[in-house]
Ligand binder design. Structure first.
Ligand code: NAD
Ligand code: ZN
Length: 342
C-alpha cells in the first residue's frame, strides 16, 4: 500500500509502497478515506528537537483520520467490518492507575498513533479496537477526520461551564478556530480572539468570533477591557503555545476567572504568579488530549446535529502524495486544516 514515511533521521517525508499492516487479535484494519495534517506531523517533518528525541524511523506518520473497517481480529467484539470509524490517537493501556480511574487521557503508558506506532497517512491503518470510535454514518467523512483536534477544542472550552461567559481565545490555529465554534454553541456571550496571522483571524470571524485582534497591530489589552466593561474576560483559553499569549491570557482574565491551557511551550515560561494568578484567585486547568470517550460523544453529537459548522476551518484538500505541499502551506500560516485523500 501507499504510505507517507519518516524514513530517515532527517528533515522530510517520503512516499513509498509498503507492506499491508498485519492485524493482531485485538486490532482492526481501516481503509483510510480522509486524513488531516496536525502540527505534530509538521514537527516530525521538520525533525525538530522533540521529534529527534521521540520518533524512531522508519514510521508511517499521521494520526487524524476517518475510514471504513475492512478486517478485524479474533477478539474484536464491539467493532464490525463496514463500520465508519475514527480513532482516539492516545493509545491507552487500560491497566495503570490513571486508566483505572477513568482518566485515560493521562495514561502512564500512553502510545500515540503516528508517533509511537505506524499512523494513518496511508491507504490502510491498523488500530487496537479499544481506541476506535464508530462515527454516525451521516457525519461527512471529511468532518469526521478532524474530530481528534475538535476534541482538544471541546475539552478545553468545556473544562468548566462556558455559558453566559465572555471568552478570550489566544491563538487561532485549527484548534483555536474550532474552539470558537464550540464556545458559541455552548453559549459564550462574547468571544474575543487573538492571533498574529490575519489569514487565521479571517477564519475566526467566519467561526463566530465577535472581535478579532492581531496583537502586533492593535492593543489587545485596551480592546479586551473595552469589550468587558473594564473588567477582563471570564474565561481565557490559551491555544497558541506563545509566551506573550500566555501572559495576555492571565492578565486579561478577570478576578475569579478561569484559564484553560492547551498550547504547548517549547521552553520554561516565567509568569507573575502572585499578581496574575494568586491575588486574582484564578482557576487554571492544564488540558491534554481529550476525555476518552466523553469528549468523543460531544464531538460526534455536535457534528451529527449540525449545531457546529466546521467547514470554514477546512481550507485545503490534497491527494496523500501531495503531503509536502500541505506541510509547507501550514508553515506559511496561510491555511486552516488541510485534508489528505489516499
Ligand atoms: P497552531 O500552531 O496551528 O496554532 C497556533 C496559533 O497561535 C497560530 O495561528 C499562531 O499564529 C498563533 N500565535 C502565535 N503567537 C501568538 C501570540 N503571541 N498571540 C496570539 N496568537 C499567537 O496549533 P494548533 O494545531 O491549533 O494547536 C494549538 C496549540 O495546542 C499548539 O501549541 C499545539 O502544540 C497545542 N496542542 C496541545 C495539545 C494538548 O493535548 N495539550 C494537543 C494538540 C495541540
Ligand atoms: Zn494507562
Amino acid at each position: 500500500m501507499k504510505a507517507v514515511l519518516k524514513k530517515e533521521r532527517d528533515v522530510g517525508f517520503v512516499i513509498e509502497d509498503v507492506p499491508m499492516p498485519k492485524i493482531g487479535d485485538d486490532e482492526i484494519l481501516v481503509k483510510v478515506e480522509v486524513a488531516s495534517i496536525c502540527g505534530t506531523d509538521v514537527h516530525i517533518y521538520d525533525w525538530n528537537e522533540w521529534a529527534q528525541n521521540r520518533i524512531n524511523p522508519p514510521l508511517i506518520v499521521g494520526h487524524e483520520f476517518a475510514g471504513v473497517v475492512v478486517e478485524k481480529g479474533k477478539e474484536v467484539k464491539r467493532i464490525n467490518i463496514g463500520d465508519f470509524v475514527s480513532a482516539e490517537t492516545h493509545i491507552y493501556c487500560n491497566h495503570c492507575d490513571m486508566c483505572l480511574m477513568n482518566h485515560r487521557e493521562v495514561c502512564r503508558n500512553l502510545k500515540i498513533l503516528g508517533v509511537d506506532t505506524n499512523g494513518a497517512f496511508a491507504e490502510y491503518v491498523k488500530i487496537p479496537e479499544r481506541v476506535a470510535w464508530v462515527n454516525p454514518k451521516e457525519i461527512p467523512h471529511k468532518y469526521a477526520s478532524i474530530q481528534e483536534p475538535l476534541g482538544n477544542a471541546v475539552d478545553t472550552v468545556l473544562s468548566e461551564d462556558i455559558s453566559g461567559k465572555t471568552v478570550l481565545i489566544t491563538g487561532a490555529g485549527p484548534i483555536g478556530l474550532l474552539a470558537i465554534g464550540v464556545a458559541r454553541v455552548f453559549g459564550a456571550t462574547k468571544i474575543i480572539v487573538s492571533d498574529l496571522s490575519n489569514y487565521h483571524l479571517e477564519i475566526a470571524k467566519k467561526m463566530g468570533a465577535d472581535v478579532v485582534v492581531n496583537p502586533k497591530e492593535a492593543n489587545l489589552r485596551e480592546i479586551v477591557l473595552n469589550e468587558t466593561n473594564g473588567l477582563g474576560v471570564d474565561v481565557a483559553l490559551e491555544m497558541s503555545g506563545a509566551k506573550s499569549a500566555l501572559s495576555d491570557a492571565l492578565k486579561l482574565t478577570k478576578f475569579l476567572g478561569r484559564v484553560s491551557l492547551l498550547g504547548l511551550f517549547d521552553n520554561n515560561v516565567e509568569i507573575n504568579l502572585t499578581d496574575d494568578v494568586i491575588f486574582k484567585k484564578l482557576r487554571i486547568y492544564g488540558i491534554t488530549g481529550r476525555r476518552i470517550f466523553e469528549t468523543w460523544q460531544i464531538v460526534s453529537d455536535l457534528l451529527r446535529s449540525k449545531r457546529l459548522d466546521v467547514s470554514p476551518v477546512i481550507t485545503h484538500e490534497f491527494k496523500l502524495e501531495e503531503v509536502e505541499k500541505g506541510i509547507k502551506l501550514m508553515k506559511s500560516h496561510q491555511s486552516g486544516k488541510i485534508l489528505l485523500h489516499p
